[in-house]
Design a protein around this ligand. Structure first.
Ligand code: ATP
Ligand code: MG
Length: 695
């Protein structure tokens, strides 16, 4: 069990010597002894065959690379960066940083002086390498049977046409373009077209309301906007253009007019005749873009020129415009994609996220295409027309890598195994999870049922701010523990600190911080560098503060415990909401749980749990008691919920995360202080919960 002891704790090089070779040979013994993935205690091993073919196939190999990445980051990353196309090589320093607020302004630069273009590297470079005819993108529409595909060469042509159009209407280097599109192929095309001409894209998730959209427009003052008339999601038609119109009226009122709106006609959802139009401002994509040449010279940019702005999901307050730049982001997303998913050229990769989130930026568009991968872009809803849709898609395209979120895993788990087992899923090789801690029971279901107990799961912990994976399994290298994101990626030095900012060693729980910068780190918050410093670098001087809590176990594995704002202090015990939720979800009748703290006269804080039951199970006193018992048994009596609130559904942000801010208000009965609920997927869920308060 102690085979990796010390590996995850304060992983600077002097700690690395503590990795016992006995542990590694134990791993090899188990892997060699049993040909298939062996589940021993809580360790889930990759199969011998999997490891043998993996880029990184043993802890030692990881260890060597990791050590180099920490001891000589400049050399390590320069080596990798050299595989990309640069018009001019970067300065000899490679990286210059100050992340210590006590030493002045926070500043991070990687590959400064280097001149490159991420679109060129994602498309032209792969075509020059002979992959022009390889499928870059499969597109699956909302309705089964609606599909399309583009090779790398075709995709480049489309990108160039749009890039030429944008240039023609005066969009140039450094200008911002808002992209408000659903998951059409035009979405990654639009991102790449902006990148090609050095414009800064800011994708706004097409589920956001007019108010949220206008807020973002006012913040980043775009030169142009790209959207479409409508989209079908499941059985619903959403009139995006109407939302755009409303948002643009609001932004004019706030003194930020947008002069140009390029609208794609999404014919299957809505005909152009029924679309409201503002002459002079609105232009149909199909009327102009195809007339432009299919070749467009690249605008070479400095590595530190901005690539995009992306507003975080806002589950913790006013959205922050996270700013990423070109060079470091390119190198980091490509490298993390390659290793965390053990990418091979024959893979078909599907990430169920939306390009409106960072996951869709780094791991639908940039990371995979930079590797020359074939990606799948899915427009529809995962349970439409039935809960088997995902597996139907996996079989149809022979998807090998499936990257999704715990919220979807839990939803599909709730729908029952039959929808999964009906399909072959033989093509699957690797599964991935992101967005929240994945409860061990959901992990096991994902692993055993979806992956037939043969596909490693990469539970990737990272953030909009980090650009790419930070703590993640490397699937062929070491065994996993269900619910743990395992160990740091190359170049990443996670540390766990106490309230005073002291690093804690060994087995512990505390605040997760990162020492030093990494190529994919965000460089600022748009227009508010002070907020950047205050939020991320001041709480624990000398570190980047992630806002998340984390435990490290005796084997050095990292367990994310959720946002530190969500830690509940019951009679002096600090309890992560994720822990209690996992215990509840492990109960066979519980489909989903959301736990928040409420004031408690005696204990300081009490635990209040919102619980959704599996379909067909009615809520009863007996169920309530057995749910509480599950928590008592798994964590201890001190963590037993004081209140179970039956919730037919739980309010979620549009990125699928539980909106705890609102749940806290409901739990403490501050019903007139719920705040803005417009960013919820379904605001009516809140009323349902209020109606069930005394149930
Ligand atoms: P905001 O910062 O606006 O409140 P957000 O934090 O939800 O929004 P993201 O950057 O998309 O926006 O999400 C990052 C957060 O998601 C992490 O800080 C962490 O809390 C959680 N998270 C992501 N992946 C994982 C994972 N694999 N395990 C545990 N938690 C995760
Ligand atoms: Mg966040």
């Amino acid at each position: 069990h102690r085979w990796l002891l010390g590996m995850g704790s304060a992983p600077h090089h002097d700690r690395l010597r503590h990795v016992g070779s006995g542990g590694i040979s134990r791993l090899n013994a188990v892997v060699l002894g049993e040909a298939l993935a062996a589940e021993e205690n809580d360790l889930v091993f990759p199969s011998h065959d999997f490891s043998r073919h993996a880029h990184i196939s043993s802890p030692e190999q990881y260890q060597n690379m990791y050590e180099r990445s920490i001891e000589d980051p400049a050399g390590f990353w320069s080596n990798i960066a050299s595989q990309f196309c640069w018009k001019k090589r970067w300065n000899p320093e490679v990286c210059s940083e100050n992340i210590d607020v006590r030493r002045g302004t926070v500043k991070i630069e990687w590959f400064k002086g280097g001149v490159t273009n991420i679109c060129y590297n994602a498309l032209d470079r792969n075509i020059e390498a002979g992959n022009g005819d390889k499928v870059a993108l499969y597109w699956e529409g909302n309705e089964p049977g609606q599909d399309a595909q583009l090779t790398y060469a075709q995709m480049l042509e489309k990108v160039c046409q749009l890039a030429n159009y944008l240039k023609n209407v005066g969009v140039g280097k450094g200008d911002t373009v808002i992209i408000y599109l659903p998951m059409l192929m035009e979405l990654p095309i639009a991102m790449l077209a902006c990148a090609r001409i050095g414009a800064i894209h800011s994708v706004v998730f097409a589920g956001f309301s007019a108010e949220s959209l206008s807020q973002r427009i006012v913040d980043c003052k775009p030169k142009a906007m790209i959207s479409c008339n409508a989209v079908c999601r499941g059985a619903k038609v959403i009139h995006l253009k109407e939302i755009v119109d409303t948002a643009l009226v609001e932004s004019v009122n706030s003194g930020v007019p947008v002069d140009l709106c390029l609208i794609f006609e999404n014919k299957s959802a809505m005909k152009r005749e029924s679309t409201k139009w503002q002459i002079g401002r609105d232009v149909w994509w199909e009327d102009v873009v195809p007339q432009f040449p299919t070749k467009c010279l690249v605008e070479w940019v400095d590595a530190e020129d901005p690539l995009f702005l992306l507003y975080t999901s806002g589950s913790t307050g006013k959205p922050k415009g996270v700013l990423h730049t070109n060079g470091g982001y390119m190198v980091y997303t490509a490298t993390t994609f390659k290793y965390a998913f053990d990418y091979k050229p024959s893979d078909v990769y599907w990430c169920t996220a939306d390009c409106g989130w960072i996951t869709g930026h780094s791991y639908i568009t940039y990371g995979p295409l930079l590797n020359g991968a074939t990606i799948l872009v899915f427009e529809g809803a995962p349970s439409y027309p039935d809960p088997g849709r995902c597996w139907d898609i996996v079989d149809k395209y022979k998807v090998t890598i499936l990257y999704t979120a715990p919220t979807l895993v839990r939803a599909l788990m709730r729908d029952g195994d039959e929808y999964v087992t009906r399909y072959s899923r033989k093509s699957l090789r690797i599964l991935g999870s992101v967005g929240e801690p994945i409860n061990p029971s959901a992990w096991r279901w994902f692993y055993n049922v979806v992956g037939d107990s043969r596909c490693p799961i990469s539970d990737t912990w990272w953030q909009t701010e980090t650009g790419g994976f930070m703590i993640t399994p490397i699937p062929g290298a070491w065994p996993q523990k269900p619910g743990s994101a395992t160990f740091p990626f190359f170049g990443i030095q996670p540390v766990i600190v106490d309230e005073k900012g002291n690093e804690i060693e060994g087995e512990c729980t505390g605040y997760l911080c990162i020492k030093k910068s990494w190529p994919g780190a965000f460089r600022s918050l748009y227009g508010d560098h002070e907020r950047y410093e205050t939020t991320y670098f001041k709480p624990f001087a000398g570190y980047y503060f992630t806002g998340d809590g984390c435990s490290r176990d005796k084997d050095g594995y990292h367990w994310l415990t959720g946002r530190v704002d969500d830690v509940i202090n019951v009679s002096g015990h600090r309890i992560g909401t994720a822990e209690v939720e996992s215990a509840l979800v492990s109960h066979p009748h519980c489909a989903e749980a959301a736990v928040v703290g409420v004031d408690h006269e005696v204990k300081g804080q009490g635990i209040y749990a919102f619980v959704t039951l599996v379909d067909g199970i009615p809520y009863s006193e007996e169920v309530r008691k057995s749910l509480i018992l599950a928590v008592r048994n798994q964590i201890g009596a001190f963590a037993a919920p004081d209140k179970i609130h039956w919730a037919p559904a739980i309010p979620k942000t549009r990125s699928g995360k539980i909106m705890r801010r609102i749940l806290r208000k409901i739990a403490s009965r501050q019903l007139d202080e719920l705040g803005d609920t417009s960013t919820l997927v379904d605001p009516s869920v809140v009323d349902q919960l209020i109606a069930l308060i005394d149930h």
